[in-house]
Design a binder for this molecule. Structure first.
Ligand SMILES: Cc1ncc(COP(=O)(O)O)c(C=O)c1O
Length: 432
């Protein structure tokens, strides 16, 4: 029985003992309030809960975010909830009592349970999940580990993430693989257009297609499964950059039909900064070389991707608390709230003169991340104006054909804060 139902049952049965009452009072107010907010939310649909400011206010209280800076650059990296911060600090203190003992003999005993918990969340086998430090590490492991030779072609988009673009270019420069770059007109709500951009670039020499699940510049969601199906029909392997999708909206990694998938857990899972995962489809593990060498690099063991040397195990182990926090909110509720927040501000500025929305409002094509352009205003100018005059932190984007300011709320963002953003956008429009 979940804690909330158990407590309701105890209340009803009149069995809520003095000891239980005392232990509940010993907990901080934010935690007690959150529990009762979760209790009350139990019968409400995720759609209805998405606009329930009272409920989300208590979620906000689980974080330590600044009340004087409105952080709308959660697309960069997310803060962690208090429970995650506390666990990380506790584990760090423990490590400092005797690092080699507590790190390797105590904390590292949590590695396999963590792998199982991450796999459950990802919907795959624990034997397909490696823990690492971020998406760059996961994806570069794949990009440099794939057995490609001179002349083999890789299809990728100019709107992919620079670290990955650079990694492929390095292989091109050193080994003579051939990159085929497509350029996407975004935002798009046209599945046929998006899929055909990739398919039209495939040739008999194409060995790999690299797909960014959520384009970081404007939040565009790509139809990965459809592109993957076309690729697999032609024997092409599928690498998916899931930096921004994992734990952002509700899906399981195998739904995508990717061969390789990597994510940063410090983005939407709210794990400590410097945490990531790499998924490799079981039958692909043995042919993918690890980036950090092991005794037998072609063994069929996902753990071969974790030979990363001495590192902060206290950070890695705190991922477990982030999974608990994510599950406490629930994937569907989180997705609906994030989408609600993005549309909340976008609907208010849509139609204002000079405003150009560079992100779809439809849930199939975008979730929390939105990009706003203002005709005649450089993104840097808008970013600085919002920060200087309204203490709203965003990020200016000028990348290929995407120009605007990226605005990314989070579960702790309130609609009141988004009203300040909208006031700021109206204010700069009035100066024009
Ligand atoms: C689409 C995408 N891929 C990869 C990365 C790299 O993530 P990290 O810096 O956590 O390795 C990012 C970071 O923002 C991203 O947006």
């Amino acid at each position: 029985m979940p804690v909330s139902s158990r407590r309701r049952f105890l209340h009803k049965a009149g069995l809520f003992s003095a000891t239980a009452l005392l232990s509940s009072l010993a907990r901080p107010a934010w935690s007690r309030n959150l529990e009762s907010a979760l209790d009350q939310a139990a019968g409400i649909s995720p759609e209805d809960l998405a606009g329930d400011e009272d409920f989300w206010y208590y979620i906000q209280q689980s974080f330590t975010v600044s009340p004087s800076l409105i952080n709308l650059n959660n697309g960069g990296v997310s803060p962690a909830p208090k429970t995650v911060q506390d666990a990380m600090k506790r584990y760090y203190d423990l490590c400092n009592e005797a690092p080699s003992y507590y790190m390797w003999r105590v904390l590292d005993q949590g590695r396999e349970p963590l792998r199982r918990n991450l796999a459950k969340l990802a919907g795959c086998s624990p034997e397909e999940i490696a823990m690492n430090r971020n998406s760059s590490e996961g994806l570069e492991t794949v990009i440099f580990g794939l057995p490609l030779k001179a002349g083999d072609e890789v299809v990728a988009a100019k709107q992919d993430y620079p670290n990955m673009i650079n990694a492929y270019k390095q292989r091109e420069q050193r080994e003579g693989i051939k990159m085929v770059w497509i350029s996407l007109e975004l935002p798009s709500e046209d599945e046929n257009y998006l899929v055909s951009q990739y398919v039209n670039a495939f040739t008999p020499k194409t060995k790999v297609v690299h797909i960014t699940h959520v384009i970081n510049w404007n939040g565009q969601i790509l139809p990965v499964k459809k592109i993957a199906a076309e690729a697999h029909k032609r024997g092409i392997e599928v690498v998916v950059d899931g930096a921004h999708s994992f734990a952002h909206f509700d899906f399981k990694i195998p739904d995508l039909d990717a061969d390789y998938f990597a994510a940063s857990l410090h983005k939407w899972l709210y794990a400590p900064i410097g945490t990531g995962l790499l998924y490799v489809r079981k039958e692909k593990i043995k042919t993918l070389y690890p980036l950090f060498a092991v005794d037998n690099p072609l063994k069929d063991d996902i753990r071969k991707f974790e030979a990363l040397g001495t590192r902060p195990f206290y950070i890695e182990q705190a991922i477990g608390k982030a999974i608990e926090f994510h599950e406490m909110i629930g994937s569907e509720r989180k997705e609906k709230r994030l989408h609600y927040l993005k549309n909340y501000w976008m609907e208010k500025v849509k139609g204002l003169p000079k405003v150009k929305l560079n992100t779809s409002l439809r849930p199939e094509w975008g979730c929390a991340i939105g990009n706003l352009g203002i005709e005649g205003t450089k993104p840097g100018e808008l970013d600085t104006f919002l920060l200087d005059k309204f203490k709203v932190h965003t990020v200016a984007i000028t990348w290929e054909n995407i120009v605007g300011v990226r605005i990314t709320p989070n579960v702790y963002t309130t609609t009141k804060q988004l009203d300040v953003l909208v006031e700021g956008i109206r204010a700069i429009l009035n100066t024009k």
